[in-house]
Design a protein around this ligand. Structure first.
Ligand code: DAV
Length: 396
């Protein structure tokens, strides 16, 4: 009871602060919305989804083939990067991806979810900072750059030089959320000097990479904090994260100190030679329910079992080898988005995954996302859930 009273008074103070700010800006129309509720509010990966940002394939550009890109991509595609770095992704392919993602948005709207889209920018434009030169990538994967924790939207300090300016595509949306009462944070912008990358990182052999990963060594150094938001997975007061090729310990520590004592950040690890983004490895889809990639077992799995969690082994993906996956593995099959605890968005072609969800009593809503997959993500990567109906709870 006392905590309810406390929460209500805190909410009132928070609302009053929003209103005062809006008054100073002389934008009275927004006062009404700030009073109602914060448009940004999400605590986990499965509460009922109300609003989501869906990425855009438009303008996607092949990144320059620098060391951090090489360390994260399959050798099979190195020739592709060498030839096409700085050029748009094959246009026929992007066109198909655009159509698939439009359909995905329509299905979300049909399910009553508000869909927001980033701005369309030209990602092939070259840029130069005092420390490096690069061209952009895309605004296809909001999950990589934005994470929502409660009423706060955080822009990640990404590790790839090609992603340095990616936030620009989301600023129209984020400013709108801010005006309506959201808390908005940009994590310290990395300089991305050469010192952030280990030039001697052995790229070639998967076995070398596996040994180094076991020792916690990756292509990014500890020169400064960096992380991709997609290396974090939220379960209320417990947030799980992996040290990866793009998320370093300083980045994890920044998040830990930033979120403070209300949250517990658990660093977990996997038998994975090339970790980059946790959502194709360990996807938490419900309270105490996680889909785990059998090729990348979690070293701390007993911790979850002891907490009473159900650990489900992901069904094998069925993506044919002939289909290009320039930036990921086939495990996008388990990279799903929950509409709520009982409904999941997954790929029409991934029959074993569909059956797996049915056996868990979860209804699959299917969309074809094959061409969109080629750009490096499944349903979870292509989205950032901005608002889910629910409260901050402990599940661990
Ligand atoms: O192959 O596990 C999944 C997510 C990429 N954004 C992989 C990558």
């Amino acid at each position: 009871m006392i905590s309810v009273i406390l929460r209500n008074s805190l909410q009132k103070i928070f609302n009053r602060r929003c209103i005062r700010l809006v008054h100073q800006n002389h934008e009275p129309i927004e006062v009404k919305e700030a009073k109602d509720s914060c448009p940004v509010s999400s605590h986990n990966e499965w509460d009922p989804l109300e609003e989501v940002i869906v990425g855009r394939p438009e303008g996607a550009c092949v990144p320059t083939f620098s060391i951090e890109v090489k360390a994260n991509t399959n050798q099979k595609y190195w020739g592709f990067y060498e030839t096409n770095g700085g050029e748009p992704f094959p246009q026929e392919h992007v066109k198909q991806a655009i159509a698939e993602v439009e359909e995905f948005c329509n299905i979300l709207r049909h399910e009553g979810v508000v869909v927001r889209r980033p701005d369309i920018l030209d990602w092939s434009e070259e840029y130069e900072t005092p420390d490096f030169k690069a061209n952009g990538l895309y605004a296809a994967m909001p999950r990589d750059i934005l994470i929502v924790v409660g009423n706060e939207i955080i822009e990640a300090p990404m590790a790839w030089r090609s992603r340095f300016f990616e936030y620009r595509a989301y600023r129209s949306i984020i400013k709108d959320y801010f005006r309506k009462g959201a808390k908005w944070t940009t994590a310290p912008k990395p300089e991305m000097k050469d010192e952030l990358y280990d030039k001697s990182y052995p790229i070639k052999s998967v076995e070398d990479r596996r040994v180094l990963a076991e020792q916690g060594k990756f292509v990014t150094t500890e020169f400064e904090p960096c992380f991709d938001a997609a290396d974090f997975m939220r379960a209320g007061k417990d947030i799980f994260v992996q040290r990866s090729q793009v998320t370093n310990r300083m980045g994890i520590e920044w998040m830990r100190r930033h979120l403070g004592s209300e949250y517990k950040i658990h660093e977990i690890s996997f038998n994975d030679p090339n970790p980059m983004h946790i959502d194709g490895t360990f996807n938490i889809i419900g309270p105490g329910l996680v889909i785990s990639n059998p090729d990348r077992p979690c070293h701390q799995i007993d911790m979850f079992k002891k907490a009473g969690w159900k650990v489900v082994t992901a069904a094998d993906p069925v993506m044919p080898d002939s289909h290009p996956l320039w930036m990921s593995s086939k495990w996008l099959s388990m990279n799903v988005l929950m509409l709520d605890e009982k409904r999941v968005l997954c790929d029409t072609n991934e029959i074993p995954t569909i059956k797996m969800f049915e056996s868990l009593g979860i209804k699959p809503i299917t969309v074809n996302l094959r061409y969109a997959n080629s750009l490096g993500g499944g349903f979870h990567c292509w989205t950032t859930d901005v608002r889910r109906r629910g409260t901050l709870e402990s599940y661990f």
